[in-house]
Design a protein around this ligand. Structure first.
Ligand code: UDP
Length: 369
């Protein structure tokens, strides 16, 4: 009998990391009926991103509101998701990562006694407020998950440390699979924008985490402003996150500086092409810490903790937090070199692009009900 697999997500990074899994499951229509459910926690970014993979959501829950509080978005998603479970017979629910949509997807599934499959299980920074609320969501979801798909050996260890010993599978990170899913035609369209940039001396900057809102963002902006003034021949491209807590301050502090380019969030294929061509990346993004090693690019992480420790151990990334001096010093150390000298030629520690095939293979072998 064909099994209904419900995929619940709501943000851009989840759309990216679930797309290869959805495409892989859809290769087996005699086994699985994939129901793609977008909570639209992040409406435009999630829907737009899915399109690059030629996927459309079957169900859209329209849960996003302006300046949404955690409690508001949680209750909205929970109630709307329950309707999905009431109207369909679901074999298993797949969630990925650590957003509010993940927590709600897992929780409502659990309340309906439907097994939860968690992709990117076992990430831990071990600081419950960093990232907030994601670190707590990760741990809560692990408690009610049936199949844990861990991206790395460290993630497997973290789960075992919490007493989870059953059904943990090290499969790699699906973000690396996603890089291979974009068509040549889509990638080619991004070249025009790239040709307008100074590719030898390009620095990509992304900031969005809640912990970096407020004072920390002031320090980061000041450091970027000063480093841009020190390296006038370099271009600093900042795709600004739509969250008003980030957007308003960045535009206030970093507009009208000749070598700082502020843009809307870049479409995923464009971001990938920019990343590939960057000399250095400054970011607080989780996904970018995983993707950049595939392009040999060094990363300075604008956080004090990271659950992506493998990139640090392999020498791709360094933590600089929102520490003005560290940002200036570490950025300078890289920018004084030629781009070629800064490249790091090692395997990506987050995977080789086979994670989704591994996941679907395991789902096919284990009967969870
Ligand atoms: N990304 C994108 N456009 C941008 C910035 C990021 O497509 O302007 C992609 C990026 O390649 C990565 C994902 O979005 O795959 C990361 O999302 P984000 O940084 O919002 O979340 P996190 O990974 O920290 O959860």
């Amino acid at each position: 009998m064909v099994k209904n697999i419900l995929i619940v997500f709501g943000t851009r990074p989840e759309a990216i990391k679930l797309a290869p899994v959805i495409l892989e499951l859809k290769k087996y229509p005699s086994l699985y009926n994939v129901i793609v459910c977008n909570t639209e926690q992040q409406k435009e970014l999630s829907n737009q991103t899915l399109e690059f993979f030629n996927i459309k959501a079957d169900i859209k829950l329209d849960c996003m509101r302006e300046n949404q509080k955690l409690v508001d978005i949680q209750s909205r998603i929970m109630l709307k998701l329950q309707e999905v479970f009431s109207n369909n017979t679901i074999y298993a629910t797949i969630v990925q990562g650590d957003t509010m949509s993940v927590l709600c997807g897992a929780l409502v599934s659990f309340y309906n006694k439907v097994p939860v499959f968690h992709i990117e299980a076992g990430l831990r920074s071990n600081d419950i407020f960093e990232p907030f609320p994601e670190e707590a969501i990760r741990a809560m979801v692990s408690k009610i998950t049936t199949l844990h798909f861990a991206p790395t050996n460290d993630a497997v260890k973290a789960l075992k440390k919490e007493g989870i010993n059953k059904n943990i599978f090290m499969v790699g990170n699906t973000s690396i699979d996603a890089l291979k899913c974009l068509s040549d035609e889509i990638m080619q369209k991004t070249n025009k924008f790239l040709d307008t940039l100074n590719k030898d001396k390009l620095v990509l900057v992304t900031i969005h985490r809640r912990e970096n809102h407020g004072d920390r963002l002031n320090f980061i902006c000041k450091a970027i402003k000063d480093i841009a003034s020190k390296f006038k021949d370099h271009s600093f491209l900042i795709p600004v996150h739509p969250n008003p807590n980030v957007k308003i301050k960045i535009y206030k502090e970093l507009s009208n500086i000749s070598n700082i380019i502020l843009t809307e969030p870049l479409e995923y294929p464009m971001l990938i092409n920019v990343m590939k061509n960057s000399k250095l990346i400054l970011t607080d993004s989780g996904g970018i810490q995983e993707e950049a090693p595939s392009f040999n690019v060094p990363i300075l992480v604008l956080r004090y903790e990271t659950e992506r420790i493998e990139g640090i151990n392999a020498g791709f990334s360094k933590l600089v937090g929102a520490d003005y001096n560290k940002i200036i010093n570490e950025t300078t150390n890289i920018l004084i070199k030629n781009k070629e000298e800064t490249r790091i030629y090692k395997d990506n520690p987050y995977g080789n692009g086979n994670a989704s095939a591994n996941i679907v293979n395991i789902i096919g072998k284990i009967d969870v009900i």
